[in-house]
Design a protein around this ligand. Structure first.
Ligand code: SF4
Length: 284
């Protein structure tokens, strides 16, 4: 059996940079506090915990004083920066520059909006990035997770639309089309799915079709992992989602000649390679 690793698999540069900042700090200081999981991948989170990172949630963060805290690539709500200032927290800000830029765009669109402008964000409600984006406009964004939530929008008022960076570009364009059909005013559309995610749609479809089986490796909390897995599953029903190398089942490979392995933008290439090794152990 031939095993192929998706050439686009591995961390996106935003996550890679955040982890590299964290590891450098750990090497110098021996410990570090990070607000939220640095990446939606449990194995990577436990690896970093073992190296000395302490992950705290927002409630615990509010109680920290006079320490250094890392902000991950997803970006933060302005309130988080205020708390940091009040509590004399030194911030190491690893917010991805693409997310930072999107935050600024949303703020500007809100400030320069037409009378009654609604800022709509196609994103995952409760996701750190979406919370940070809406936070730029005092939490006034309308977050929609799909076409089924279009009823949150008032189509008689102007609409500006953005997407969270890790959403499906195809679904985003479908949503924009639907909104355009219903909107009274011309909608202001912003192409904001990150290139590190959007360009993968077509390549992944091809990759899924080229292989007899696809093993998709991702943390269960990763939104782009779920979305990219669905693309694989749609184009190759023989696709399996795993979060750990131990979940690979030998029986999946009966009558299989080619196996493709891919993963989310939050899946390190080391995990993909470990899965490859495991499969090789079964058959060679
Ligand atoms: S997916 Fe794109 S925007 Fe999001 S962290 Fe990665 S590089 Fe940055």
């Amino acid at each position: 059996m031939q095993i192929n690793i998706d050439k686009n698999a591995g961390f996106c540069f935003g996550v890679e940079e955040a982890i590299s900042i964290a590891e450098n700090k750990l090497n110098n200081a021996g410990s570090l506090i990070c607000l939220g999981d640095i990446v939606h991948n449990d194995e990577e989170v436990s690896r970093l915990k073992q190296k000395g990172i302490e992950f705290v949630n927002n409630n615990l963060f509010k109680k920290i004083k006079n320490k250094t805290v890392l902000f991950r690539a997803h970006g933060e709500h302005p309130e988080t920066y205020k708390i940091a200032k009040q509590n004399n927290i030194k911030i190491i800000d690893a917010t991805c520059p693409i997310v930072l830029n999107l935050q600024k765009k949303i703020k500007k669109a809100y400030e320069n909006g037409r009378e009654g402008e609604q800022i709509v964000i196609y994103g995952k409600s409760g996701h750190a990035e979406a919370i940070g984006l809406s936070g730029q406009i005092n939490d006034n964004a309308i977050i929609i997770q799909g076409i089924s939530e279009l009823n949150k929008i008032d189509f008689a008022k102007p609409i500006t639309i953005f997407s969270q960076t890790t959403m499906s570009n195809r679904k985003y364009l479908q949503i924009v089309d639907k909104i355009s059909e219903k909107a009274k005013y011309e909608i202001r559309f912003n192409k904001t799915v990150c290139g590190q995610v959007s360009y993968r749609d077509n390549d992944l479809e091809k990759f899924a079709k080229e292989n007899d089986i696809i093993i998709f490796v991702s943390g269960t909390k990763s939104s782009n992992g779920k979305m990219l897995y669905e693309i694989c599953k749609k184009h190759n029903p023989n696709t399996y989602f795993i979060s750990s190398v131990n979940q690979v089942d030998k029986q999946w490979f009966n009558n299989v000649n080619t196996c493709g392995i891919s993963g989310a933008t939050s899946t390190p290439i080391s995990q993909i390679e470990a899965v490859k090794k495991q499969i090789e152990n079964y058959f060679y």
